[in-house]
Design a protein. Structure first.
Length: 434
């Protein structure tokens, strides 16, 4: 085990601290908070993997069940060389809150393997993924804990894991894991769900404020799965996406980019270029190069961090010029930055709501796997859009009623829903009448 795994990094305690502003409004029973402070169960395993050269390597894997108060645990599995158990606990806790704010019948979980997946061959990666499931077979299951893809894991890995689980329990069990390939029981619309959920929040709030798409400018940091999906929907709805960036830097054009052209070139060449394409012919368009710090300070109405955690901090929050930030990434804004942005009256749509489209369509995948009734992409989109709008309005109403920042309102809603489950099981008040 590495040092970071044995010495808590404080990530879990810091995550709990972010609850404090919401605790004043949520009025939950102290026992509910006590339940959240203690993850339900943690399993640490070692996974022996036969390498292609005949050698043996042992990998460490973890799975955290933070809470199953509202339903089976749900959350991603990541492959990363610097896996930090305390960070996994924090992420599992956020999943508990995310599933509660979306009113999904799930609790929170998270897990992963300490590995650099790029250093393994495809066969080694398959053996590792199947080995992980063999160790976890009694800890996961469609009624107990349902993993999903996360950092450096993907649909193919989810497919291997489902197949291994099914072999071990002697029963085809697609509902044990979500984010699978379509041919192995995945859901239509899962690949664009996170971007779509963020778009619905943004579009609904813009309407609430009377912002017209054609006069509303957007900057997006990160042009991968979530960033591209939200950019495409914004473009289709008539918003002006004026700046985008990836890990190598960004481009800015105040007239707005033709997003389908940008996506086509980025996915074909792996480079972010300011282009306009007709058919297979792409021409350069005028744009300025900007770096990854500059994109956060671009003069745009809306900023969408869709890449990494911790990009807006106490050091750069006062440079943000957007009126609204939609957190598609997990945890892009730290607590200090939150205070600065609140003082500047920047609306922050928090990650537990803004990027919850992904887990919502994972829930739809699980329903489809259990019922055997598979939905069209149109049905998935309709249900996701309606569900996002409903939950967003609960948060919006709470924020307006108590004059709260969105993050506080979202956590307040999540805490109240978790509290209902705790109260339903009975607290001291029920058993002792006080
Ligand atoms: P991805 O790997 O597909 O894309 C990430 C993008 O960020 C890439 O374009 C990469 O070039 C870019 N990037 C990396 N470092 C950068 C930097 N320093 N500055 C600017 N861009 C940088 O990942 P994704 O699935 O789109 O996820 C993005 C974020 O959204 C992550 O924080 C993830 O946890 C979160 N998220 C994703 C989902 C989902 O379903 N995909 C669900 C919930 C949350």
């Amino acid at each position: 085990m590495t040092k970071s795994q044995t010495h808590p990094s404080g990530a879990f305690d810091r995550a709990l601290e972010r609850l404090e502003p919401a605790l004043k409004h949520a009025e939950i029973h102290p026992e509910a908070l006590e339940r959240l402070r203690h993850p339900k169960a943690i399993l640490s395993v070692s996974i022996p993997v036969r390498l292609d050269d005949g050698g043996l390597r042992i990998f460490q894997g973890f799975r955290v069940h933070h809470s199953d108060l509202r339903g089976p645990c749900k959350g991603g599995l990541r492959y990363h060389p610097d896996l930090d158990l305390d960070q996994i606990k924090a992420l599992a806790f956020w999943m508990t809150c995310k599933c509660a704010v979306m009113d999904l019948p799930y609790g929170g979980g998270k897990g992963g393997v300490a590995v650099d997946p790029k250093a393994l061959s495809p066969l080694e990666l398959e053996r590792l993924s199947r080995g992980f499931v063999a160790r976890m077979v009694d800890f996961i299951g469609p009624d107990t804990d349902i993993p999903a893809p996360d950092v450096y894991t993907n649909a193919r890995i989810m497919g291997w894991m489902m197949d291994e689980y099914s072999t071990l329990v002697r029963k085809r069990t697609p509902a044990v894991i979500t984010g699978k390939p379509l041919s192995l029981g995945g859901s239509c619309g899962r690949d664009t769900a996170t971007g779509r959920g963020g778009f619905v929040c943004l579009h609904e709030l813009a309407r609430d404020r009377g912002w017209k798409p054609a006069q509303t400018t957007v900057a997006i940091q990160g042009f991968g799965n979530a960033g591209q999906a939200v950019a495409r929907l914004l473009h289709e709805a008539g918003y002006k996406v004026i700046a985008v960036s990836d890990s190598k830097g960004g481009i800015l054009n105040r007239d707005g980019f033709d997003i389908p052209s940008l996506i086509k070139t980025k996915n074909e060449t792996r480079e972010l270029k300011a282009v306009y394409c007709e058919g297979s012919v792409c021409e350069s368009v005028d744009a300025d190069r900007i770096d990854n710090d500059e994109i956060l300070a671009v003069e745009a109405d809306i900023l969408i961090p869709a890449a990494l955690a911790g990009v807006i901090t106490g050091d750069n929050a006062d440079q943000v010029r957007a009126r609204m930030i939609v957190e598609l990434a997990n945890g892009p804004i730290d607590a200090e930055a939150d205070e600065i942005l609140n003082a500047k009256e920047v609306t922050v749509v928090p990650d537990i709501l803004a990027n919850a489209g992904g887990v919502t369509v994972s829930y739809y995948e699980w329903i489809q796997n259990r019922s055997g009734d598979y939905w069209t992409e149109e049905t998935v989109h309709e249900r996701l859009d309606a569900h996002m709008r409903t939950q967003l309005h609960y948060v919006l109403d709470l924020a307006k009623k108590h004059d709260l920042p969105f993050r506080t309102a979202a956590y307040t809603l999540a805490l109240r829903r978790i509290n209902e489950a705790v109260e339903a099981l009975g607290t001291r008040r029920y058993f002792n009448g006080d």
